[in-house]
Design a protein around this ligand. Sequence first.
Ligand code: DX5
Ligand code: ZN
Length: 226
Amino acid sequence: MPCCITPSILNSDLADLAGQLKRIHGADSVHVDVMDNHFVPNLTLGLPVVESLRRHTDLPFDIHLMIEDPDRWAPQYAEAGCESVTFHVEAATAPIRLARELHRLGSRASMALRPATPIEPYADLVTELDQVLLMTVEPGFGGQKFLDLVLPKIARTREIVRRTGQQIGIQVDGGVNLDTIVRCAEAGADVFVAGTAVFGADDPEAMVEALRQKASSCEFSGCAGR
Ligand code: DX5
Ligand code: ZN
């Protein structure tokens, strides 16, 4: 499976979201951060904005829900036609039931972990998922410094996924740039969210390609030859 680059629009010009999507044509999907000011200390956008934005692009939507009670809210994003919906395991009451519900509604199911949440208690349920998102900053804000301490968890998650024999993506989110993407890819990540790195660049489109090249060139990368 080739690497996926999924730019986060959180730190782009939020007054011109449709215009921002035109700057990342070459991306594999667009990462949309939904925050409720409860699960994280920040408030962004919700379903009505996602539904409007959906009509402005053919890019697949990679929704990252940083909200309480995703069991209640996440299915509505699948119903809105979002291709992938990520919920946080720390907030979900019934992650298996929720993953199955997202599948029933036609979306990919993805489960996120904060930096301090271990993967091991959830090893047996990754077979229910299409993707595991490992946060590489504390969720809530763009532009934070990458946490190298998450790298061993990426490697352990890759091993858990390998043992399942299934195609399950490992997404990293937070502080991903031309430097840190290499360490993530070598540890086993294959889906990369980048906000500031992409939208802070003079040419976001070229940055998406540069990030893809960096990740794909890693000798021991989770992307290479898969
Ligand atoms: C943070 C969000 C991230 C963020 C990434 O809680 O989930 O998606 O926008 O932005 P950068 O790449 O700037 O860390
Ligand atoms: Zn995110």
